[in-house]
Ligand binder design. Structure first.
Ligand SMILES: O=P(O)(O)OC[C@H]1O[C@H](OP(=O)(O)OP(=O)(O)O)[C@H](O)[C@@H]1O
Ligand SMILES: O=c1cc[nH]c(=O)[nH]1
Ligand SMILES: [Mg+2]
Length: 205
């Protein structure tokens, strides 16, 4: 199922990310901000448990996160720009890495790295800012499942309708969280209107 962020702050941040005059340092800050909003949305249904505490005035039953380790898996390299908010807000999180690179001519993703902690029984978030043809994310979901993930969630900043359809075709039922669903792909399989090459804009390459 596709979830599209619906929040004025998300709209504000994504517009500045798209703006071609935004420089890498600002781009990285904005990537952090939008990923934080996505992390909050994608964890809306995490389990909580009761905890008896005392405020300075009286005892009360509060709620805290139940023990449910999270694993965040960026798809290198651009996905690295989405990891930090997960590390900052969740107490019990580990990080895995899947390296995939699209061929510039064919747009087909090639795997060059994989290092994953145990995924079985954990809540797994694959993070990659751009869901274009969907080829990279579909491959990464397959790898995550082969390594024990049961229902890995996909968290992206900008998605194309083609990419969403590709995920639904290969991995039906995947929860997909995006900040924006854009119009289409161009002939070079870039998202329109999109924001250009995320990895290049993040790292100034
Ligand atoms: O949906 P797809 O058509 O597969 O395209 C999306 C992929 O392309 C980009 O990565 P890229 O291959 O440019 O590598 P990079 O992150 O190292 O720049 C992006 O970060 C996704 O991983
Ligand atoms: O529009 C796109 C498509 C793939 N990768 C990007 O960085 N941007
Ligand atoms: Mg790139």
């Amino acid at each position: 199922m596709l979830h599209v962020l619906d929040h004025p702050l998300a709209a504000h941040v994504i517009t500045h990310l798209r703006d071609k005059t935004t420089k890498p340092a600002t781009f990285r800050t904005l990537a952090y901000q939008i990923s934080l909003l996505l992390a909050i949305e994608a964890t809306r249904n995490l389990a909580v448990e009761d905890k008896l505490i005392e405020t300075p005035l009286e005892p009360m039953h509060g709620r805290v996160l139940a023990h449910s380790p999270l694993v965040v898996v960026p798809i290198l390299r651009a996905g690295l720009g989405m990891v930090q908010p997960f590390l900052d807000i969740f107490p019990d999180v580990s990080v895995g890495y899947i390296g995939l690179e699209r061929d510039h001519a064919t747009a087909v993703a090639r795997s060059y790295y994989c290092k994953l902690p145990p995924l079985a029984g954990n809540t797994v978030f694959l993070v990659d800012p751009m869901l274009a043809t969907g080829g990279s994310a579909a491959q990464a979901l397959t790898v995550a499942k082969e390594n024990g993930a049961t229902a890995p969630r996909l968290v992206c900043i900008v998605a194309s309708p083609t990419g969403v359809a590709e995920i639904e075709r290969h991995h039906p039922g995947t929860e997909i969280y995006v900040a924006a669903l854009d119009r289409e792909l161009n002939a070079r399989k870039y998202i329109l209107p999109g924001l250009g090459d995320f990895g290049d804009r993040l790292y100034g390459t």
